[in-house]
Design a protein around this ligand. Structure first.
Ligand code: 4NP
Length: 162
C-alpha cells in the first residue's frame, strides 16, 4: 500500500496543482514514486473537473513540467481516511479542512505545506494565493513550491517509517 500525500488549496487550479506536479516530479527523481502517491484538491468546488489555471500551467511548462494531466477535485471528509499526510497551502485552507475532520483528534492532522520550506521564517507559513495577480506571482509561488518540495522529499524516508 502506498503512502498518500494530499495537497490542498482553495480552488485546486493554481497552488495545489503546481505542488502536485512538482512533487510527482521529485518523487520520480528520488525513486519514491512507487511508494508514494500524490493527490490534490480544493476546499471549494467551483472548479471541479477543470484543468489548471492557464497562468499556473504556463509557468510550469516554462520550467519543464507537464501541467496537462490535472483535473480539479474537491476536498471532503473521506480524505482524512484516504490520505496519510494532509498539507494545506494557507491558513484558511487549513481551517476549512479541519472543519471537515471526522473527529476533533483528526483536526490536528492538517499540517501546513510550508512547514517544510527551508527558507520560511517564523510565522511565515502560507503559500500566497496568486489567483488575483500576474505571472510574477505564479513564478514566485513555483520557486517556493520547488524548495519546499525538495525538503519534503528529503524528509519522506522518516515520514514513511513513522
Ligand atoms: P488556488 O487559487 O486556491 O491556488 O487554486 C484560487 C483559484 C480559484 C479561486 C480562488 C483561488 N476562485 O475564487 O475561484
Amino acid at each position: 500500500m502506498s503512502y498518500r500525500i494530499a495537497l490542498v488549496c482553495l480552488g485546486n487550479i493554481c497552488r495545489s496543482p503546481m505542488a502536485h506536479v512538482v512533487l510527482e516530479d521529485r518523487l520520480a527523481k528520488a525513486g519514491l514514486d512507487d511508494r508514494v502517491e500524490v493527490v490534490s484538491a480544493g476546499t471549494g468546488g467551483w472548479h471541479e473537473g477543470e484543468s489548471m489555471d492557464s497562468r499556473a500551467a504556463d509557468v510550469l511548462r516554462s520550467a519543464g513540467y507537464d501541467p496537462s494531466r490535472h483535473v480539479a477535485r474537491t476536498f471532503n471528509t473521506d480524505w482524512f481516511v484516504e490520505n496519510d499526510l494532509l498539507l494545506a497551502m494557507d491558513l484558511s485552507n487549513q481551517a476549512d479542512m479541519s472543519d471537515q475532520a471526522p473527529t476533533v483528534a483528526e483536526q490536528a492532522r492538517v499540517r501546513m505545506f510550508r512547514e517544510f520550506d527551508p527558507e520560511a521564517i517564523e510565522g511565515d507559513v502560507e503559500v500566497p494565493d496568486p489567483w488575483y495577480g500576474g505571472a510574477s506571482g505564479f513564478a514566485a509561488v513555483l520557486a517556493m513550491i520547488e524548495r519546499t518540495t525538495d525538503q519534503l522529499v528529503e524528509q519522506l524516508p522518516d515520514l514513511l517509517e513513522s
